[in-house]
Design a protein around this ligand. Structure first.
Ligand SMILES: Cc1cc2nc3c(=O)[nH]c(=O)nc-3n(C[C@H](O)[C@H](O)[C@H](O)COP(=O)(O)O)c2cc1C
Length: 302
């Protein structure tokens, strides 16, 4: 979760519970990313990956920086190049590709992906589809022979059980872990998740050229009125940018606490989160709900 929402602290806390932590590399400098990886390594001996948006100008430098640090795996989202798989082979680092269709999943497998993370329209941030995860997931599972991980709207143990029943080998969760004590986004960012209503989940046109799911605020209202917002200083962070607003600046503002003028990315089901908890507690709850669901006790009313 970029920019700086998923840091070493959150990723390590997740890895310490036997799950897999992912640091957001997009928006960091290559050196900043290496420092973040070293910090995570000090906090955990569990698995840590790095997610980098292909659309980022520094994609190659960030991927190589993470590989030099012997990261356990790379996740490449919003497009991918052949190069990332070549570097993966060179450094012996598995590459997981984000995909929102069987076609892209198959292509990623052919190019050398070790796993596919299938993301549905329920996800936060940049979206590659308007279809639900549970519509796309079986299609991708049928199309590829590598592990498929389900992402988008997985909020509790029952959702995990359902994703596994649909053929997933695992799930990727983002939104639930924003509302954790270890997430280093500002308290205001997390509180907006708890105080907003279901209808406050909106789609904006990201300068990356994809829709982005966020929580309604002053910024999204201006963008939905098709306003172009002044860009103070362009850092050239994207390979292609529509320049309707500065997404880097907007994501930084939000993570630092200006949740009216910043861009608060969030999955569609943020409203199902009732409290901010330590990661350990969140994972214990997920396991308990999953087990109850399997025993047919249905804790979440699914
Ligand atoms: C605040 C936030 C930032 C995100 N940033 C990224 C990102 O930098 N790269 C990426 O591939 N996905 C990003 N995502 C998408 C998540 O990685 C994840 O696949 C998706 O949100 C899963 O759905 P969920 O949030 O309902 O669990 C982000 C999501 C959120 C909520």
């Amino acid at each position: 979760m970029a920019v700086r929402v998923a840091t070493a602290k959150l990723a390590a806390a997740v890895a310490n519970e036997g799950a897999i932590g992912i640091i957001a590399g997009t928006g960091l400098s290559p050196q900043g990313l290496q420092e973040e990886i070293r910090k995570a390594r000090k906090l955990t001996s569990g698995y840590i990956g790095v997610n980098i948006l292909f659309a980022a100008t520094q994609f190659a430098e960030l991927v190589k920086a993470a590989m030099i640090e012997k990261i356990d795996f790379i996740v490449s989202g919003a497009g991918f190049s052949r190069d990332v798989f070549t570097w993966g082979k060179e450094f012996n680092v598995p590459v997981f590709s984000m995909a929102s269709s069987a076609r892209v999943g198959k292509l990623a497998e052919k190019m050398g992906a070790s796993a596919i993370i299938v993301e549905g329209k329920e996800a936060g941030g940049h979206l590659g589809t308007d279809r639900s995860i549970f519509d796309i997931l079986p299609e991708v599972v049928d199309a590829v022979n590598i592990p498929v991980i389900a992402a988008g709207g997985i909020m509790d143990g029952c959702d995990i059980a359902k994703a596994l029943d649909y053929g997933a080998s695992g799930v990727q969760m983002a939104t639930r872990f924003v509302a954790s004590e270890e997430c280093e986004a500002s308290d205001k960012f997390k509180e907006l998740y708890l105080s907003s209503s279901p209808e406050d989940s909106v789609l904006i046109d990201s300068p990356v050229g994809l829709p982005g799911r966020a929580i309604r605020n002053h910024l999204t209202e201006s963008l939905l009125e098709h306003k172009k917002l002044p860009i103070k200083e362009c850092k050239g962070c994207l390979k292609h940018c529509s320049r309707t607003f500065c997404i880097f600046d907007a994501l930084e503002k939000a993570v630092d606490g200006d949740v009216e003028n910043g861009l608060v990315f969030s999955g569609e089901y943020f409203h199902r989160i009732k409290e901010i908890l330590p990661v350990k507690k969140i994972i214990e709850q997920l396991v308990e709900e999953y087990e109850m669901c399997r025993r047919n006790e249905k804790p979440c009313g699914c």
